[in-house]
Ligand binder design. Structure first.
Ligand code: SF4
Length: 205
């Protein structure tokens, strides 16, 4: 049986899909089916709203609840909206921040601007910028959308700022990425910037 939720420090991560529109060679999905040697994250079946709510249990135990997955969570937009609505309606969970970790392809995938639909539901969105331009992004992420992915991500970040209080652009700490240029792009977009560790050492055992 797969784990729908797993805790890291004071955050609860929700594993809602294996599907993704990228094929990053560094993706942990290709390395292991478990995380932290105790959670089995490869989903045999995508969880329902009821299963996700049951996996969350008491939300007040966490500072943050994070939609992520082995894959791209915004592929399950309706589930994210409904679970977030339920959490926001729970008076006990007022202090709990709701976050999405995403590859930023949501508008490409859905063929529309989905960000207004997240207003009032999501407090923090972390978007993987991953590169300083479309060529480097394509080399790193092998997106289903090819070179169209990168400008769409930049636009997704710009648009996210209108609807979500906290927006972060991130990159993986790879030698092929110009992190200073990425930092400048995030600064020009007016969002936070974070370098994520490269987990190869952790997952390949
Ligand atoms: S975007 Fe994330 S989930 Fe998708 S392949 Fe890349 S690392 Fe994996």
């Amino acid at each position: 049986m797969s784990d729908i939720a797993y805790q890291v420090r004071d955050s609860l991560y929700l594993n809602i899909t294996n599907r993704c529109t990228n094929q990053c060679p560094f993706c942990i999905r290709y390395k292991k089916r478990e995380f932290d040697q105790k959670y089995l994250l490869w989903l045999e079946k995508e969880p329902s709203i009821e299963e996700i709510m049951a996996a969350i249990g008491d939300p007040t135990k966490y500072k943050q609840i994070v939609f992520c997955g082995y894959g791209e969570p915004l592929i399950r937009l309706d589930i994210i909206k409904e679970v977030s609505r339920k959490l926001k309606a729970d008076s006990r969970a007022r202090e709990v921040k709701i976050r999405i970790d995403t590859n930023g392809h949501g508008n490409l995938f859905w063929g529309k601007n989905i960000l207004p639909e997240l207003k009032g539901l999501i407090d923090f969105i972390s978007i993987s910028l991953n590169a300083e331009n479309a060529e480097v992004y394509d080399q790193i992420c092998h997106s289903f959308y090819g070179k169209a992915a990168y400008p769409a991500i930049v636009e997704f970040i710009r648009e996210a700022k209108k609807y979500i209080p906290e927006v972060e652009a991130s990159v993986v700490d790879l030698p092929t990425v110009n992190k200073e240029k990425c930092r400048q792009i995030a600064a020009d977009l007016g969002v936070k910037f974070r370098v994520r560790p490269y987990y190869e050492e952790t997952y390949v055992r």
